[in-house]
Design a binder for this molecule. Structure first.
Ligand code: GLN
Length: 546
């Protein structure tokens, strides 16, 4: 019998529900309890693929090609699993499924209503994931904040689950925020009380309350929440800010959350084995020499847009016993200015994924700077396309080389729409998405990094290297280091005469894990750490963590 943990959020958005849900997964997995996570997003988009990163942050891509919420990336990294499209459910998906069923005549004679039709459709998604994964526990995070209009059907569905799955098989965890009032020097519990009241109003009594705060939480505050919100004092779990997100599972474990969850759900669990995780966190908290990495992108004012890239950089740096100082550089700014002062201290340059023309010329400048100054360069998806355009323009001397995404009339379309994309007009879920195989050329840098020549990586793009230019570009020194098995798509580009300039049409950042960095990020940082630049931090004594 599958058990269900529902995680809701109160008081403010961005309270850390995603990291909390992921951390509960870490704690259960460490006890040999199998888990599958699911995120419910109340917006009406079918998926976040059509949203701007400013609305949503990063779009995380699963191996099976779903465009999903960035919390899925945290679940993958914290639980060390690969998820599928079933792990992200949106109101858009639910309503379109219900409406298609109605059109098909499935409910003939009936009036279609939020309760029961929409709530039943939502519950089917919980049960489908349980049936498919056959895990002991499904952890379901409800997006948004309790009280939001659009979240109501999801909350009603999770309320009904108590009856459907049995009270003993369902646990409600509410994550709230305790604001600090500097005038009275105390953490206030009233917003939490109101948020719990809101939950109770719709029939959900939380079993556990996790309290986020900027300050340590005193015993008295904990007792007050226990009294007013009707949970045992030990089920009020403080979660003050920590220095790295990977510390959250350990803080929650120390507060007894792991044991509380397995006890409340009556799960036969092993003793927790968090040894590796503790080692990782101890290492992360040890001061290490910093490597300057310039990330040149269009959304650098909203760093959540590059969540997985940032994490992958940190995983790779830790492997080399280094820390990362990411220099967030606006590609739009680089368009107008000399790159030198912006990139002077960078020991590595990275151009991540993106869409649209804004800032492209700045990214091209960054790629040129990396090539001409022998600075390690990692290009991710758009970052590969930019590298090819730059090489075509300045090494091959091809006039106006560009991608047809940015200049439909370019005389030299070195990047062009994928053949399969030419007939597609609809925008949602129609890119080349998810895992595709790639064959690496033996001896190239990518093959060296992976230690193998056949790899599977996640994609999300419409444009691709144009083979018409392949032989000219190769003759000029561009190495097509990876291609699709039928040879038709160039997936990896490298430079021969450069310390490490490698880019890929896919997104390796999604596959990186704490303690197991992605090979491309690992080798990139491995070279970057040896690069001496102006103002680079002098070496610190090596830390003992490993
Ligand atoms: N805009 C480019 C394309 O569609 C790159 C996409 C990306 O970086 N994810 O091919």
């Amino acid at each position: 019998m599958t058990k269900y943990i529902f995680v809701t959020g109160g008081v403010v958005s961005s309270v850390g529900k995603g990291i909390t849900a992921a951390s509960i997964g870490t704690l259960l997995k460490s006890r040999n309890v199998s888990v599958a996570p699911q995120k419910l997003d109340p917006y009406l988009n079918v998926d976040p693929g059509t949203m701007s990163p400013y609305q949503h942050g990063e779009v995380f891509v699963t191996r099976d090609g779903a465009e999903t919420d960035l919390d899925l990336g945290n679940y993958e990294r914290f639980i060390d699993i690969n998820l599928t499209c079933e792990s992200n459910v949106t109101s858009g998906q639910i309503y379109s499924a219900v409406i298609s069923k109605e059109r098909r005549g499935d409910f003939l004679g009936g009036t279609i209503q939020v309760v029961p039709h929409v709530t039943t459709e939502i519950k089917e998604r919980f049960k489908k994931l349980a049936e498919k994964t056959k895990t002991d526990v499904i952890i379901i995070e409800v997006g948004g904040t309790v009280g939001d209009i659009e979240g109501q059907p999801f909350l009603e569905a999770i309320r009904q689950m108590r009856k459907d799955a049995g009270r003993e098989n369902v646990l409600y965890i509410h994550v709230t925020y305790l604001p600090y009032l500097s005038t009275s020097k105390e953490l206030k519990t009233k917003p939490t009380q109101h948020s719990v009241n809101e939950l109770r109003r719709i029939g959900i009594q939380p079993d556990i309350i996790i309290c986020r705060s900027e300050q340590p939480i005193a015993e008295g505050t904990r007792n007050k929440i226990s009294l007013f919100c009707d949970v045992e004092p030990q089920a009020v779990i403080p979660l003050p800010n920590v220095s790295t997100i990977y510390e959250v599972p350990l803080t929650l474990e120390e507060e007894g959350l792991g044991k509380l969850v397995v006890d409340k759900l009556n799960i036969q669990a092993a003793e927790p084995d968090l040894g590796q995780w503790r080692k990782l966190v101890a290492h992360l908290k040890t001061p290490r020499e910093k490597i300057n990495i310039a990330l040149v992108g269009k959304y650098v004012d909203l760093q959540d847009s590059y969540f997985s890239v940032r994490e992958a950089l940190h995983h790779a740096a830790l492997y080399h016993d280094r820390d990362i100082n990411i220099q967030w550089i606006s590609s739009e700014l680089l368009e107008k200015e000399d790159p030198e002062p912006h990139l002077r201290t960078a020991q590595g340059i990275i151009v991540p994924g993106g869409f649209g023309i804004r800032g492209i010329e700045g990214m091209i400048k960054a790629a040129r700077y990396a090539r001409e100054n022998n600075i390690p360069y990692l290009g991710l998806c758009l970052g590969m396309q930019v590298m090819v355009i730059e090489f075509a323009r300045h090494v091959l001397g091809t006039d106006g080389a560009n991608s047809t995404e940015f200049d439909a009339a370019t005389p030299n379309p070195v990047i062009d729409l994928l053949a399969k994309q030419k007939q597609i007009t609809a925008k949602g879920g129609t890119m080349r998405l998810g895992d595709y195989p790639c064959e690496l050329r033996a001896g190239c840098r990518a093959a060296e990094a992976y230690g193998q020549t056949l790899v599977q990586e996640r994609h999300r793009h419409r444009y691709e290297f144009n083979n018409e230019f392949r032989s000219q570009l190769e003759k000029a020194g561009l190495v097509c280091g990876g291609v699709s098995p039928d040879g038709s798509l160039v997936e990896v580009c490298e430079l021969k005469d450069h310390p490490w300039m490698v880019s890929c049409q896919f997104h390796p950042e999604f596959g990186s894990r704490p303690g197991r960095p992605h090979p491309l990020f690992r080798d990139y940082i491995g070279v970057a750490k040896t690069v001496l630049r102006e103002g680079a931090q002098p070496p610190l004594p090596l830390s003992n963590g490993s």
